[in-house]
Design a protein around this ligand. Structure first.
Ligand code: ADP
Ligand code: MG
Length: 625
């Protein structure tokens, strides 16, 4: 291939502009990103060489070298990893294949401009070189290709880049940054070493730099020929716990998760026995931007005997714990393990179970701590990841009891943070069920007419408004022997909380109201499967309830929004005979309009949509006039 000039993909151009203009405040991260790419390239070579040892070309010690040239004003980062072919250089350095990029660009141009972690998180780290360089050239040869199939890529980081084939003896990649005016501070061994120490110490490959010695004749430090390793070069998790500081654990997390917010907790263990492995798992303090997406990347990297095998090893952690970040290094799995194989492997199952238990313990330690600040951290965990944990109740039957204790809710007595044991502790004398209501939002739940009687009697009701709540409730029927009961389903059943006197009064009222009820049923027969008198309401005239065993209106709406079929079971309309509007029905005047307005209002009150809003408005106006 002779020299060609190609344009960057439009998104790359946009990105380059943002990178150079907004990440400047933390410019030294370019080194972390380029070393991380070099390290990834070595991991990839090691992995491919499992099947084809010839790829090593007699050079199986993998390493990264960092050098600088004061005169030429360049910094060079080279590796003897997998390298790139010309096509790969064009594709990998000129376009962005990843789907999250648009979002990244959006975030970077928004308020979070200074969050430099984003750049690694979205897989666009290479371009961070342009924070300090006005030209980057890359020379590379892919492992397995012959010497004349090297490539040179070069660009000033604006509209286009150049590529040509070259001869290159050395396998792997060499990235040369031509520093901008004013970035001379990086032309110093001391500076580069300190940046490497800060961000890349735990990279498991050796990072080499030339040693320096003082030359008294020239009055300057000069580079020696010998290269020295400047990082620890041992994978953190292989070191003994007692030798690792909290700061090192946190720095490792930062690199692993591309997250500058320190983790809330971590756990590092060597597990021996039936299956041998090391786990280092972190509990992040912030949810990723796509936690709700069950297909999102998992956070676990799998290593086998210290060889990196794969990112996003979903089989190693249940889906509801997909926010946990960390690594698992197995001693038993075959090196050539594939994703398919992972699904069925017995050792993997044992690892997943063991890791799940560890994570649950981490969560329990925070949730049940005597230390208020730890409990506060659990509140953060819940706020960020609660929606995922709720999935666990149905997904992980073996741990559903432990998970149920970790759940936190809003209730009629607290804005948040109510656990099921808390609730049980506050139950009224004679109360034998855990009451809840689901709605489209917390505000809608809190103001549901169905809560009126419970409010009057001072009975706490859990308020549920997460999308996953209905799904969770389909699996969580009871907790410590107490049934979970919706206050919007079935007849009001307060068990022994029911006041005998009230009950008799209600029955008498219902009997007297029978003719009106019959007429209501007839009028609304295509919309309500029944109409009955209720004691549930205090201030509202009417509400809808689902028959025991029917799907709630809320769940039916969720399903329909998600484009799924929901059974069209009609609700039951309950009316409050004490309410003036309901009393008006007895007069019989404008009966039809009044009945339909009552029904439509009950639909609106639970967050539903009217089939014919214009008709509703017409009727209400008619009544108002
Ligand atoms: P990411 O590392 O998240 O994929 P980058 O922008 O850092 O994103 O790098 C883009 C791509 O360029 C990498 O995925 C890789 O394919 C290629 N690349 C970058 N640096 C190297 C390198 N030193 N050796 C081989 N390939 C590289
Ligand atoms: Mg990268």
């Amino acid at each position: 291939m002779t020299k060609q000039t190609l344009s960057f993909q439009a998104e790359v151009q946009q990105l380059l502009h943002l990178v150079t203009h907004s990440l400047y405040s933390n410019k030294e991260i370019f080194l972390r990103e380029l070393i991380s790419n070099a390290s990834d390239a070595c991991d990839k070579l090691r992995f491919e060489a499992l099947h084809d040892a010839a790829l090593y070309e007699d050079q199986s010690t993998l390493e990264v070298r960092v050098a600088f040239d004061k005169e030429a004003r360049t910094i060079t980062i080279s590796d003897n990893g997998i390298g790139m072919s010309a096509e790969e250089a064009i594709a990998n350095l000129g376009t962005i294949a990843k789907s999250g990029t648009r979002e990244f660009v959006g975030k970077l141009s928004g308020e979070q401009t200074r969050d430099t972690q984003l750049i690694g998180q979205f897989g666009v780290g290479f371009y961070s070189g342009y924070i300090v360089a006005d030209r980057i050239s890359v020379e590379s040869r892919r492992a397995g290709l012959s010497v004349e199939h090297g490539v040179r890529w070069s660009s000033e980081g604006s509209g286009d880049f150049e590529v040509e084939t070259i001869e290159r003896v050395q396998r792997g990649t060499e990235v040369t940054l031509h520093l901008r005016e004013g970035e001379e501070e990086f032309l110093s061994a001391w500076k580069l070493k300190s940046v490497i120490g800060r961000y890349s110490d735990h990279i498991s490959l050796p990072i080499l730099m030339r040693g320096e010695e003082w030359d008294s004749e020239k009055g300057a430090y000069l580079a020696k020929d010998a290269w020295e390793t400047v990082n620890k070069a041992a994978a953190l998790w292989t070191r003994s716990k007692s030798d690792i500081t909290d700061a090192e654990y946190k720095a490792f997390y930062e690199q692993l998760a591309h997250d500058s917010t320190p983790p809330l907790a971590y756990t590092h263990n060597r597990v021996e026995g039936r299956s041998e492995y090391t786990q280092l798992l972190y509990l992040p303090a912030k949810a990723p931007h796509d936690l709700w997406n069950r297909e999102q990347q998992g956070g676990i990297k799998l290593y086998v005997k210290r060889v990196f095998i794969m990112d996003d090893a979903k089989a190693l952690m249940p889906s509801y714990l997909r926010f946990v970040k960390g690594i698992i290094d197995s001693s038993d799995l075959p090196l050539n393990v594939s994703r398919e194989l992972l699904q069925e492997n017995r050792d993997v199952k044992a690892i997943r179970e063991g890791s799940t238990k560890r994570v649950l313990s981490m969560l329990e330690d925070l949730a049940n701590s005597d230390d208020a600040s730890k409990r506060e951290q659990y509140a953060t965990v819940w706020r960020e990841f609660g929606a995922a944990l709720k999935e666990g109740v149905g997904e992980d039957r073996a741990n559903s009891e432990r998970l149920a204790k970790l759940l936190r809710f809003a209730s009629t007595q607290a804005d948040a943070g109510v656990s099921l044991p808390d609730y049980i502790g506050r139950m009224k004398e004679g109360q034998d069920a855990i009451y809840y209501i689901t709605a489209d939002s917390l505000a809608a739940a809190r103001h549901s007419p169905q809560l009126e009687l419970f409010g009057k009697k001072g009975i706490e009701v859990l308020l549920l408004a997460d999308r996953v709540d209905e799904w969770m409730l389909a699996h969580l029927f009871e907790f410590e022997g107490k049934q979970l009961q919706s206050v919007a389903k079935g007849a009001v059943n307060l068990g022994s909380l029911q006041d005998e006197g009230e009950k008799q009064l209600a029955e008498a009222a219902a009997a007297a109201f029978k003719p009106v009820l019959d007429r209501l049923k007839e009028t609304l027969k295509d919309r309500a499967k029944d109409v009955r008198v209720t004691t549930r309401l205090v201030d509202s005239p009417a509400c809808l309830v689902a028959e025991e065993g029917d799907m709630s209106g809320h769940l039916a709406r969720l399903l329909k929004q998600a484009g799924q079929a929901a059974p069209d079971s009609l609700p039951i309309l309950e009316v409050n005979t004490q309410h003036a509007l309901v009393k008006r029905l007895e007069g019989g005047e404008r009966f039809d309009d009044l009945a339909r307005v009552l029904f439509d209002q009950a639909v609106l009150a639970e967050g539903g949509q009217l089939d014919d809003p214009a008709a509703y408005v017409r009727r209400v106006n008619g009544l108002l006039v």
